[in-house]
Design a binder for this molecule. Structure first.
Ligand SMILES: [Ca+2]
Ligand SMILES: [Ca+2]
Ligand SMILES: [Ca+2]
Length: 622
């Protein structure tokens, strides 16, 4: 029992040690802990197994000893003192064994400690970064992590060199400073070019005088570094024929791309494609028509050019080499199509001949063209519509053109011109057709009619003649023309007499003045060259018109009278001799005193507004 408790205390001590170690190294990450734990567990199990084996062996020994002891006791029953001595001897042997076991355990623990401590020291001082080599153009940036020997050192690691200005597409070598947990390291960044150029090559057809050049065989070449081109083991080009040319493109770091290209030294092309009807010139086929022109038959070329589409062959030989040249005759050209726009009146659309009305011309080298109307003609649609027409040749090449169809409706009658006002003297003659014409925008010149039934050239007055013109569609235009028939003195007298007889005959002077005052309204018009005519025709006029009417009426009545005006000629009225005594009469509507009035009464009347007349020029009215 005492041995078991010792073992337990050893185990506990070991566990305590382990805990202590863990406490000391809390910075260590999980993997380290796991590794350590694993190592320790294995060691511990081993120790435990050893201890258990020792104990088992010991137990067996003990049982054996006891049996032997009993036998001895049975045999040597007589001597008890001897037996006690034997037991004491056994005890001393057991103690020695336990001590040895404890020593083994302690030594093993010390060894583990030493190994683990060494590991920690190694971890702390070993390099965390390494040199790197990168292909130019393969990355867009270089990060601190790229230098780490293990991702687990990322934390506490810092890059001190700024790499942002480095051209990652150029070869170069750079020193880079980094640190982990404040321990600085310097590594190398190498940018290398190990990639050969990317090249697109081509074969060539050339004439015998061709000077070999690598670049002629290269369509496109790409590399991040500078390149040079060249031909490897160039052959001698001394006769027509086929040559293999090894073309190489190398970057300045020695990476190279090569290809064997074909060079055909020919006097003639191997193939030619022409549009039907297109002339084939010897220069189109021969590299040097001047030297080799006689190799081709011109008539044969003409024949091919005018042949139907297909493949034709021309054979030529030179320097013992024969070349068959293929001439492909194609028709890829769509036909010519010319169209026109049409404007037409709605009553004429039946004269349209479908698409043909819009097609001016078609033509094609194949000699065959068909046309189609791609849109429907809407002949009842007033306005403009698109008319799409396609032309197709024998080989179905198409041309499409758009014309317009404008359908108009004629709603406008002819325009009649030359209808200026006519003024004639009463009794004069007029020609109402002279200088007049009617024109329709669709029909052109049109006939017109004149209605002059309202015009009386024998009576002064203003009349209107009516002109009418009609287009073919029936649109009618009607215009009026003003005809003025001027009056003469006789007309004025007749008009006055008529007025006098109807309104003034037999009346007293005052009545006559009153009647004119009431019958003829006031305006500012002086009545032109015939105020009597003006006043009676229009029943209006200013003071002069009124005063003249009164004068003419009194003259006719046989009453002596005088026309009077203010010194500034701004007002007219009448002085009437009534039995040798003069009195003022005024027929102008408004504030003028009608009369009979004395000079004083006239002068002070409101209408005069202080205006006076030449008192010496007229008889006095007192
Ligand atoms: Ca390269
Ligand atoms: Ca064609
Ligand atoms: Ca018309």
């Amino acid at each position: 029992m005492s041995k078991n408790s010792k073992e337990k205390s050893i185990k506990a001590k070991k566990l305590n040690n382990k805990e202590d170690e863990e406490k000391q190294d809390i910075k260590q990450d999980d993997e380290e802990n796991k590794l350590k734990a694993k190592t320790e567990n294995e060691t511990k199990n081993k120790i435990e197994d050893e201890v258990e084996n020792e104990i088992d062996n010991k137990a067996e020994d003990k049982t054996k000893n006891e049996k032997e002891k009993k036998k001895e006791n049975n045999k040597k029953n007589k001597d008890n003192k001897d037996n006690e001595n034997e037991l004491k001897k056994e005890d001393t042997k057991e103690n020695k064994l336990v001590k040895r076991i404890i020593w083994v355990i302690v030594i093993v623990a010390i060894i583990i400690e030493l190994i683990y401590g060494g590991y920690l020291l190694y971890e702390k001082f070993k390099n965390k970064f390494h040199n790197i080599e990168i292909e130019i153009g393969s990355v867009t940036e270089i990060r601190m992590e790229d230098f780490l020997i293990d991702e687990k050192y990322k934390e506490d690691s810092v890059m001190h060199t700024d790499l942002s200005n480095i051209d990652l597409k150029k070869v170069g070598e750079y020193k880079v400073k980094l640190s982990h947990d404040e321990k600085e390291e310097e590594v190398t960044l190498k940018l290398v070019d190990t990639t050969p150029p990317e090249v697109e090559f081509q074969d060539l057809n050339k004439y015998i005088d061709y000077n070999l050049s690598a670049d002629d065989f290269i369509v496109k070449k790409e590399d991040l570094s500078e390149m040079e081109t060249g031909i490897i083991n160039p052959p001698k080009l001394d006769k027509f024929g086929d040559y293999n040319i090894t073309v190489g493109v190398k970057d300045i770091y020695g990476n190279m791309t090569t290809k064997v290209c074909k060079l055909y030294l020919r006097w003639i092309k191997e193939s030619l494609s022409i549009e039907r009807g297109q002339e084939i010139k010897k220069e189109d086929l021969l590299y040097n028509a001047e030297i080799d022109g006689n190799l081709l038959d011109e008539n044969r070329l003409k024949e091919i050019a005018n042949s139907d589409i297909g493949d034709y062959e021309v054979e030529t030989s030179k320097d013992g080499v024969t070349v068959k040249t293929k001439i492909k005759v194609t028709d890829l050209t769509p036909p010519n199509l010319e169209v026109k726009n049409i404007s037409i009146y709605d009553d004429e659309v039946s004269t349209l001949n479908g698409k043909d009305s819009f097609i001016v011309s078609t033509s094609d080298a194949s000699g065959e063209v068909t046309t189609n109307l791609k849109t429907e003609l809407n002949l009842s649609n007033i306005g403009t519509q698109d008319v799409v027409i396609e032309a197709i040749d024998k080989y179905l090449n198409k041309t499409e053109k758009t014309a317009t169809l404008t359908i108009m409706k004629d709603t406008k009658g002819p325009v009649i011109s030359g209808l200026s006002q006519i003024t004639i003297q009463r009794g004069g003659s007029i020609n109402l057709r002279s200088g007049v014409s009617a024109r329709d925008d669709r029909d052109g010149g049109c006939d017109f009619q004149v209605d002059d039934s309202k015009v009386d050239t024998n009576t002064a007055g203003t009349y209107y003649a009516t002109y009418t013109s009609k287009d073919k569609r029936g649109n009618t235009t009607t215009n009026k023309r003003k005809i003025v028939v001027n009056h003469n003195q006789e007309d004025t007298n007749n008009k006055f007499n008529e007025y006098y007889n109807q309104n003034l005959a037999g009346k007293s002077v005052l009545d006559i003045v009153q009647t004119i005052r009431n019958g003829i309204r006031y305006n500012s018009n002086w009545g032109g060259d015939d105020p009597i005519w003006y006043g009676l025709t229009n029943r209006v006029g200013n003071c002069y018109v009124h005063a003249l009417l009164v004068k003419k009426a009194l003259d006719k009545k046989g009453v002596s009278n005088i026309l009077v005006h203010t010194t500034d000629n701004s007002h007219y009225w009448n002085l009437v001799n009534e039995g040798g005594r003069y009195r003022h009469y005024d027929s102008t509507p408004g504030s003028h005193i009608v009369g009979p009035a004395t000079d004083e009464e006239k002068y002070t009347s409101a209408g005069m507004r202080g205006r006076n007349w030449d008192r010496n020029a007229y008889p006095k009215a007192e």
